[in-house]
Design a binder for this molecule. Sequence first.
Ligand SMILES: Nc1ncnc2c1ncn2[C@@H]1O[C@H](COP(=O)(O)OP(=O)(O)OP(=O)(O)O)[C@@H](O)[C@H]1O
Length: 241
Amino acid sequence: MIEIHNVSKSYGGASYAVRDLNLTIPSGQIFGFLGPNGAGKSTTIKMMTGIHAPDRGAIFINGKNIQEEPLAAKKTFGYVPDSPDLFLRLKGMEYLNFMGDMYEVPSKLRLNRIEMLAKQFDLSDVLGDQIQTYSHGMRQKIIMIGVLLHEPDVWILDEPLTGLDPKSAYILKQMMREHADKEKTVFFSTHVLEVAEKLCDRVGIINKGNLQFCGNLQEMRDHFKSDASLEKMFLEMTDHA
Ligand SMILES: Nc1ncnc2c1ncn2[C@@H]1O[C@H](COP(=O)(O)OP(=O)(O)OP(=O)(O)O)[C@@H](O)[C@H]1O
């Protein structure tokens, strides 16, 4: 479960990157966070993961305040950033072992999970290569495997599907569904509205730092008194804000 209470953040300028944000994402749901470029999605995610401190407000991940109990909170979630260009000099396997050590995943369990996930994501043959030789999509997948090694309850994924080939995207979407069906939480940002429409239990739409809507597709249609696609309603909401 993720709870965001009255959170605001500015980067020092006159305007807010995120303003008075309130969101609750219960366990058992896939939540899609949508908004145009510069809307405040990554800023929100960086505050959820403890990378940035909010100016005001508080964020709880599975009941742990990310500012006051950062270690306890961090043990419960896995975070995939929007840029996968990390640990480039490490070999894939070295990176996965590093993540396994960090999260204290016992070695036998770790090896089983690495083998299974690398097979699912078609990375088994390149685990001995340096990450700097990987393509963008391969880098995303190795980070995803590293995050999943400790089986976190809450997944926080910043644009996880961008750059993945169709098979990997399909597998990741299936994994997200299975995770939520086990009463766990998936929060992800995306620009791909068709994915959000098909995959999410609820969506939040943010624009210029302000949450414009939060609910399921039917609630959005009721709100707009329309049978339009998510794309049409999204454009209407973000163009006229
Ligand atoms: N490090 C930073 N320093 C100053 N301003 C920033 C910084 N990071 C983001 N911003 C500003 O905060 C606002 C929100 O940016 P953010 O990256 O959260 O948007 P986003 O919704 O993730 O956008 P995109 O879809 O383009 O990734 C933008 O106006 C952006 O210019």
